[in-house]
Design a protein around this ligand. Sequence first.
Ligand SMILES: *Cc1c(COP(=O)(O)O)cnc(C)c1O
Length: 446
Amino acid sequence: MTLVNDAAPTAVRSTGRKFRAFTAKHLDELTVRAGLSPEQRLAIRAVATVLPFRTNSYVIEELIDWSAVPDDPIYRLVFPQEDMLPAEDVARIADLLRREAPRQEIEAEANRIRARLNPHPAGQLQLNVPTFGDGVVPGMQHKYDETVLYFPKQGQTCHAYCTYCFRWAQFVGDPDLKLAGDDAYQLRDYIAAHPEVTSVLITGGDAMIMGEPVLRRYVEPLLELEQVESIRIGTKSLAYWPQKFVTDPDADDMLRLFEQVVDAGKNLAFMAHFSHPRELEPQIVHDAVRRIRDTGAVIRTQAPLIRSINDDPRVWETMWRTQTRMGMVPYYMFVERDTGPQDYFAVPLGRAWEIFRDAYKHVSGLARTVRGPSMSATPGKVCVDGVLELAGEKVFALHFIQCRDPELVGRPFFAKYDPEAVWLDDLKPAFADRFPHDDLEYAPRR
Ligand SMILES: *Cc1c(COP(=O)(O)O)cnc(C)c1O
C-alpha cells in the first residue's frame, strides 16, 4: 500500500496517534495528491458542498492506494466524485465557489439540491419514530416488533464518511434532517413498556465515535432489563479507526464495557460495516477484532453493494472468507438505498443477485450466514432470491427477511423482471395485481 507523499496536510502517522479528522476545508489539499486538474478539484469541492465529506489520517495513509487514484476503491469510498450529482447542479455550485459567493447563497443552493435527493428514504423521520408518554421518543426507530434502533445524539458522526452513505442527511447540519436522542432513561422506559422488544441497536452515525463514558450511559440502563437479549453496536470503526479498540485512551475501558454486557447475559453484537477486503488488511484491524472477540462479543459484518467500489463477486468472496477466518460472521449484503447519489452507485437488482450468488457459491458453509442482496425498504427487508422463468414469464423471486407485518416474512413473492430495476419501488408484481406489502398500514407505534 502506498503511503502519502509529503504534500499531506499533516504528515503524521496515525497508528498510536490521536484521531484527527479531515473535512471539506482540507479537500483541495488532499485532491492535489490525486493528480486532478484545478477544474476537477473545484467540481469535487462543489459536490462536497452538498454531500458530507470527512476522512482521517488512517484512511488516508493506510487504506487508500494513492498510486491507483482516482479508481482506487477506498479513495472512491471516501472522496466525492465530480459526477456523483447532476452536471448542472455541480456547475452551479462550482460557479458560486469560483466567485466566492456569500456562504448563505451557497448553502441555499446546496439545500435545494439536497431536497431532491430523497434525504430520508423508507420514511425514516415520519414512519418509524414512536410516540410514548407525552410525545415522541427522539432518536428512536421502532420498525420491527422485536428490534429498536437508537441514535444517541453524541454518536451522530463517523470516523470517516462513506460517499454512498444512506444516512448522509444526518451529517449536513440541517436540524430538520436529524434523528437523535439523548435520554437513556426514556429509551429504557420505552423498552420496558414494550415487552416484545428483545434487541436494541445503538447506531448513528457511528456508535463507536462515542467515548466509553458516554456509550456506558446508554448501555448500562439496558442491562437491568431481562427482556433484552441482545445489544447491537452499528459501526464502521473497525474499518476506519481500529485504534478505537487498541491504542485509543479509552480502548481498555470500552472492552470492559463490552464484557459487562456479556456478563449481564446479553449478546453483544458488533454490527461491523466493511465495504472492501482492503479494510481487513492492516494488522491493527486483526488486533482490534481479536480484542473485541476476547470480551465475548460477536462481530457480524455487513455492507451495501456499490457500483465502482465493490461490485465484483471476488471482492465479496474475499471479504466473507477473510472475515470468517478472523472469527467474524458475515450477515448482510445490502442493496444501495434510494437516496443521495443512488444513480451513481446503484447496481441493478438482477446483477446484484448474480454477484451475490457468484461469491456465495464458493465460500464454506460457515460464511453462508450472509443474506442478500437485501433491500431495507419502507415495508421491510426484501431479499432478491433470484431471476427465473415461471409460466413463460421472466420474474424476480423475492421474500421478506424482515417486515412490519411479521406474517409476510419468509413467503415467496414475484415481480416482473426488469433489467433496470434498482429498488423495490421500481418493481411491478408478477402473477398478481398487487404486492403482499401494498396493503400494509403504517400507524405510528405508542
Ligand atoms: C435491518 C434493520 C433492523 C435489524 O434487522 P435484523 O434483520 O434483525 O438485522 C432493524 N431496523 C431497521 C430499520 C433495519 O433496517
